[in-house]
Write a protein that binds this ligand. Structure first.
Ligand code: SPV
Ligand code: MN
Length: 626
């Protein structure tokens, strides 16, 4: 018994009390008791992860109206507010103790001031509602990778999403050392309208207290802001990884099948909406993760686990032709939460799904009809571009069987992919671990997309695709990555991909969406030294003959020489401009950049200039063949 359990007792039914008493960690009781004191819920529900408790959460999500049933069995829909359709960078801040400073690029507020503000917003926020307590295991349980998490929330939709996205943690907490640390999340959707949607978006706050491993989130429901174990706990994990010498990455993990029945695992980092999930979902390959990976040095090789066990994925563009597996899952019975889609006659619709959309229905703005405009006169699309689905990986026929291996899987390659319309070729291999980390990872550029609530199409550096999530000095993270690879006996090969290269004149994309399957098969062969490559100034690039064979094998397509030349032409001016942008960013905005970054970029610049002297501004890949 402890005083926090005592304090909780009057708020709990006997059944809930027994469930929480079974966990011996007094800091668990303390967090729940303090959350209840602050938010003042009418009752508390402790989820023990039993089938009965999980069913109760599903049922409450429907009964309260946070989710509605769709026609296909197991499918439900949830809507977020008009101003709550993506991760909110402005509202997300680190709480920084007096005397400490974080990088200038990070949004921050003085800790005491921020805590006072968020506590004010959370006070009595659960009045009349239930506070749901969820325990999760980030990474497979009982493994060197495991991090424990505890969330208190008043949203049944959030609690339900966690059933699909994370491994159950109640039993893990019960069996864990009572002193074991854990990440904490306190979330309240705040005031809701009659459709159960958060209304006080001007008071949306997501504050991260890294001194106490605690996240506060209020007046929001969008899962990226409210399901604390996605991107919010990820921020805390990056700090932990950096201090302990492992990697917490914004990476999917996929098993790619090579000749002779072998399987090679790749972890790949892409900023939001740059093709990460669709790369993890290629037909014939297996998916182990789609968003966050922990990578550790185990016996001198890099091994990775998926932090989650489900997908919170983007629907836009998923159609039977480009994403056959996903499309089938999304249209078959099974537990799926759709969010911010168009609903008509109990069916969900999204942009780019490969069929005509209904002319009216219900979407995130309420009743919608074709031509409906917002208060500024802009036409409202049928479904939001960031409409998403939440599904368990285990529901997928292509789920990798190693998902719960406590030792993770050995990585053959690491991939960095941006949204770069001008410079980088579609696929290339780095000259070394260091070159890959700097020229592809630290130099990763993208153009802003709809996955955050900012304006779209602005080019920006997104270091290793974790720029939004990092709270340690950026240079330190680069150093940690460089060090990590150096300590491995067999470091994964680092590749760079770019699915968004456009023709400089017409602006047309140079590749079809399925071409990525060929690139990854080429990388698989390269890991095993079974494909050739040409040394270009920016990396090893594929030979035409290998790609021609792969296009035929993988896609049944005839790959034309002129397409190869267009796609793999080294564009010297665009590449030099890219180096300039990257250097400027690190020189001006990051104070602790390792000197190695400038050295490696400078070498790349010199290789480009030298090549230009011989071959001109735009260099066919064939020029480099000797
Ligand atoms: C992303 O935006 O990178 C996502 C979705 O994976 S969110 O949970 O919003 O981060
Ligand atoms: Mn993501």
């Amino acid at each position: 018994m402890n005083r926090y359990l005592d304090a909780l007792r009057p708020r709990l039914s006997e059944r809930e009390y027994q469930k929480i008493r079974a966990i011996a960690n007094s800091r668990v009781h303390r967090f729940i008791a303090e959350a209840a004191d602050l938010c003042n819920p009418k009752r508390i529900f402790i989820c023990s992860d039993s089938a009965e408790d999980l069913a109760y959460i599903r049922q409450q999500a429907i009964e309260t109206g946070e989710e509605k049933r769709l026609r296909t069995p197991g499918h439900t829909v949830h809507f977020d507010g008009v101003r709550d359709q993506g991760r909110d960078r402005q509202a997300t801040k680190y709480l920084v103790p007096k005397g400490e400073t974080l990088s200038k690029v990070l949004n921050q507020v003085e800790r005491e001031e921020g805590l006072a503000e968020i506590r004010r917003l959370l006070r009595n926020s659960m009045d009349g509602r239930t506070m749901i307590v969820r325990f999760v295991s980030l990474g497979p349980p009982n493994s060197v990778f495991t991090i424990l998490g505890l969330q208190c929330t008043d949203s049944w939709y959030v609690a339900h999403s966690e059933s699909l996205l994370f491994r159950p943690g109640y039993e893990v907490f019960r069996r864990a050392d009572p002193e074991k640390g854990f990440l904490r999340v306190l979330h309240s959707a705040g005031r809701l309208d009659e459709n159960m949607v958060s209304v006080d978006h001007d008071k949306k706050r997501i504050y991260i207290d890294y001194t106490e491993d605690t996240i506060y989130s209020v007046n929001t429901q969008y899962a990226g802001n409210s399901v604390g174990f996605k991107k919010l706990a990820f921020r805390l994990a990056i700090r932990k990884a950096n201090s302990e010498g492992w990697l917490a990455e914004h990476m999917m993990i996929t098993g790619v099948h090579g000749p002779g029945g072998r399987k090679t695992y790749f972890a790949a980092a892409f900023p939001s909406a740059c093709g990460k999930t669709s790369t993890a979902m290629l037909p014939g390959e297996t998916i182990l993760g789609d968003d966050i990976a922990y990578i550790r040095n185990i016996n001198s090789v890099a091994r990775a686990v998926n932090v989650e066990c489900g997908i919170f994925g983007i629907l836009q563009g998923i159609n039977p032709k480009d994403d056959p597996i996903l499309f089938k899952v999304l249209t078959s019975p099974g537990e799926i939460i759709f969010s911010n889609v168009l609903v008509k006659d109990g069916r969900p619709y999204w942009l780019g799904m490969g069929c005509d959309l209904p002319k009216d229905g219900v979407n995130y703005t309420g009743y919608w009809w074709e031509g409906k405009t917002d208060e500024n006169g802009n036409v409202i699309p049928p479904a939001h571009k960031n409409a998403r689905y939440t599904v368990s990986l285990r529901a997928l026929e292509n789920c990798d069987p190693e998902l719960d291996n406590p030792l993770g899987v050995e990585l053959g390659g690491i991939i960095y992919g941006g949204r770069d319309s001008k410079a980088y070729v579609p696929v290339q291999q780095s000259f070394s671990w260091e070159h890959g980390i700097i020229a592809y990872g630290a130099s990763l550029e993208t153009e802003t997309t709809f996955a955050t609530v900012d304006e779209e199409g602005i080019p920006e550096i997104n270091m290793m695709s974790i720029q939004d999530f990092i709270s340690i000095p950026l240079g330190q993270n680069i150093r940690n990555n460089l060090e990590f690879g150096r300590k491995l006996k067999r470091a994964p090969i680092v590749f760079g991909v770019n699915y968004f290269l456009r023709d400089l004149e017409t602006g047309e994309y140079l590749n079809a969406p399925r071409d990525k399957h060929v690139w990854i098969k080429w990388m698989e062969l390269r890991v095993h030294g079974e494909a050739g490559a040409i040394k270009s100034p920016t990396g090893y690039i594929p030979e035409y003959g290998d790609l021609r064979c792969l296009f035929r094998q993988v896609l049944g397509k005839d790959y034309k020489k002129e397409d190869y030349i267009e796609q793999f032409t080294i564009r010297v001016p665009e590449n030099l401009a890219k180096i300039e942008r990257v250097e400027r960013f690190y020189r001006e905005r990051v104070t602790d950049t390792p000197a190695e970054l400038f050295t490696i970029l400078n070498q790349q610049r010199e290789r480009l200039i030298k090549a230009r002297e011989r071959f001109g501004d735009y260099i066919s890949p064939e020029s480099f063949e000797e």
